[in-house]
Structure formats: structure tokens, C-alpha cells
Design a protein around this ligand. Structure first.
Ligand SMILES: [Zn+2]
Length: 81
């Protein structure tokens, strides 16, 4: 697990740029050059892209598969107030 990706993801969760809600339906595809909403890097065709919509925030997301797994853990950590 890349610590920089985790820090970036936590920051985006805390400032509301990434949703906390579960994804209603998840799609797995090869990347086609989109930017990952987590790390900001391009999702190339040799990476798996995971996309979907958060059912709580109605926010569309697209992540690298590795970033999605990190987000699935970190989204459930309470945001400090
Ligand atoms: Zn990523």
C-alpha cells in the first residue's frame, strides 16, 4: 500500500472531494485513459478501472483497483471534527 496514496485519499475524503457512501453497483473495466479520482494518475489499459455511483452522495467515482480497495477501508473511518 502506497502511503502517499492513502494520505491523498484521506484528505479527499475529509474535504468532501470523495464520497463516503457505499457504491450501489460496481463496474470493472480496463482503463481507457481516465484520471483516477483517488490518486489522480491515468488509468491505463493495463490497469483495471473500477467505477460506480455512491448511493448516499450520488457521486460518480472511477478508481484504479488498488485505490478502490484503499478507499473501501478508509471511507468507513470517522472524519475528525
Ligand atoms: Zn488511483
Amino acid at each position: 500500500m502506497d502511503a502517499d496514496v492513502v494520505r491523498l485519499l484521506i484528505r479527499r475524503l475529509q474535504d468532501g472531494r470523495l464520497p463516503h457512501g457505499r457504491i450501489g453497483e460496481v463496474w470493472f473495466q480496463a482503463g481507457t485513459g481516465q484520471r483516477c479520482d483517488c490518486c489522480g494518475d491515468v488509468i491505463t489499459p493495463n490497469h483495471t478501472k473500477i467505477s460506480g455511483v455512491s448511493v448516499d452522495e450520488w457521486a460518480a467515482i472511477q478508481f484504479h483497483a488498488d485505490c478502490f480497495r484503499i478507499w473501501e477501508v478508509e471511507r468507513l473511518v470517522p472524519v475528525p471534527t
